[in-house]
Design a binder for this molecule. Sequence first.
Ligand SMILES: O=c1ccn([C@@H]2O[C@H](COP(=O)(O)O)[C@@H](O)[C@H]2O)c(=O)[nH]1
Length: 292
Amino acid sequence: MSDVTPFGDRLEAVFAAYGRLCVGIDPHASLLDQWGLPDSAEGLREFGLRTIDAAAGRVGIVKPQVAFFERHGAAGYAALERVLAEARDAGLIVIADVKRGDIGSSVEAYGQAWLTPGSSLEADAMTISAYQGLGSIAGVLEAAESTGKGAFVLAATSNPEAAAIQRAVLQQSSRAGSTVAQAVTSGVVAWNQGRADAATRGLGSVGVVLGATIDLRSSGIDLDVDPPRPGLPVLAPGFGHQGAELRDLRAIFGSLAAGVIVSESRSILGAGPDGLAEAITRRVGDVGATSV
Ligand SMILES: O=c1ccn([C@@H]2O[C@H](COP(=O)(O)O)[C@@H](O)[C@H]2O)c(=O)[nH]1
């Protein structure tokens, strides 16, 4: 019996303690300017550390958007390493939004970078793409399981232009007739159900990314059946700045609502460094008052 706590169990504990809000760490140039910080690696580090200070003890999950740090090359990555380490030391669950995907051997290396305990980029979970086939990410998911890490697989993303690909219907494979989004979601559900301890688990350790801004039923996602067992973690960007409303959460996600992580970046970060803690506290309250 492994003494590693599964990521899904950690997520459940955070839901119980802090609720399901995730604060995105997205140092847009415009936000850096608003915060009085330079658009440099130092500015990004400061932005990230101030966000963690405001988040710690108020919310349970943060999601650094790696793209903004990558803009500054090696120095940006050094800033990100510090932000990741501080966030994890503060007890926050850290989801690295990196959206990696490739052939299996290469995507495994991405998994090693972001999910290996002791790695300089260690996070608790990463976003990952299965558009090179669900089998291509199996190695990462296995490695993640052995170390209590998690992954969120892109299924139906919040940007409207994704629909043309994600709603395409598969012609081949055991999931022929499903949309791409539904095939990914079903594949992740099946992965969680295939774990040895599946029957005893409340939430699986692998989830999907489903945007809150889109009509998930039109993407082929079945929201009207009983929730999967174990429950499916759903990383849900699209609330706040992109326009989705918390009051619609249950209608948007149907039977998957219980696993939803409400992810917001700009709508919270726009409060500025002085208003951030208050904005997080308020939003945690809003999310807590939202029925799933
Ligand atoms: O489908 C997706 C997947 C990821 N994202 C990321 O989430 C945040 C959203 O930021 P907001 O400021 O709350 O709009 C950002 O990092 C995206 O890259 C997404 O929006 N949609």
